[in-house]
Design a protein around this ligand. Structure first.
Ligand SMILES: [Fe+2]
Ligand SMILES: [Fe+2]
Length: 212
C-alpha cells in the first residue's frame, strides 16, 4: 500500500473536489441505468419539475462525495477508509448519471454545488474525527435518509418518465447497500436529535437546489 504525504493527500482531495464540481469524476464502469429505455414526452411544467428533482439528487451526490472525502481523511481504520473510497466511487456513478439526465432535460446543475461540497466536506471530516463507530453510524444514517428521499422523488416523478426512474431505482439499491456496509463495519445508531438535525439540514439543501 502506498504511503501518501500530507501534500499528496491535499492534492488528491483538491483533484477530487474539482472533478466533482467541474470535471470528470472517477466513476466505476457500470452502464447508465437509462440506456436502452425510451424517453417520454413531458410538457414544459412536468419536465421542469423532474429537472428540479434531478438537480436536487445531483447536489445530494456532490454532498455525498464531499462527505466521503471528508470522512476518509479522518477515519482511523484502514479497512474503513478503503470501504469509504469504494463507496465514493459508486457515488460518482450517481453524480454522472444525474448530470446526464439533467442534460437530457436541457437543464443545469445547481450553481451552489461548491457551497454544498465545502459544507459537507467539513461535516464529513468532523464525523470522521469522532471515531469509526460514529463515523460509520453517521454514514449509515445519511444513506438511510437518502433512500427515503429517493422514494419520495419516485412518487413525484411521472410514471411515464422511465429514464429518470431507472436511475433513481439503481441509486436506491446502491445507497441501501452503503448503509448496510457501514453498519456491518460497526456503525452505531445515532441519537435522535442528531438524526433530526441532519434531516433539517438536508431539507435546506433540497429546497434550494430544486430552484438554483
Ligand atoms: Fe449516491
Ligand atoms: Fe451512498
Amino acid at each position: 500500500m502506498r504511503h501518501y504525504s500530507p501534500i499528496d493527500q491535499f492534492l488528491i482531495h483538491a483533484d477530487t473536489a474539482l472533478r466533482t464540481l467541474a470535471g470528470k469524476p472517477l466513476a466505476t464502469h457500470r452502464p447508465y441505468p437509462a440506456d436502452d429505455i425510451e424517453d417520454c414526452t413531458m410538457d414544459a411544467a412536468e419536465s421542469k419539475h423532474v429537472a428540479g428533482l434531478m438537480r436536487v439528487n445531483h447536489s445530494g451526490e456532490v454532498s455525498a462525495q464531499a462527505l466521503y472525502q471528508g470522512q476518509s481523511i479522518t477515519a482511523r481504520n484502514k479497512a474503513v477508509r478503503e470501504k469509504l473510497q469504494q463507496a465514493a466511487q459508486e457515488e460518482n456513478d450517481h453524480l454522472v448519471w444525474t448530470e446526464n439526465r439533467l442534460q437530457e432535460l436541457g437543464e443545469h446543475t445547481s450553481l451552489l454545488n461548491p457551497l454544498w461540497y465545502m459544507g459537507s466536506f467539513a461535516i464529513g471530516a468532523f464525523a470522521g474525527a469522532l471515531g469509526d463507530k460514529w463515523n460509520l453510524g453517521f454514514l449509515a444514517e445519511t444513506e438511510h435518509q437518502v433512500v427515503r428521499h429517493l422514494d419520495e422523488h419516485l412518487n413525484k416523478i411521472p410514471a411515464s418518465d422511465r429514464r429518470s426512474r431507472a436511475i433513481l431505482e439503481q441509486m436506491k439499491i446502491d445507497e441501501a447497500r452503503h448503509a448496510t456496509t457501514a453498519l456491518d463495519h460497526g456503525g452505531a445508531a445515532l441519537p435522535l436529535p442528531v438524526k433530526k438535525l441532519m434531516q433539517a439540514m438536508s431539507k435546506v439543501m433540497t429546497r434550494t437546489a430544486y430552484r438554483v
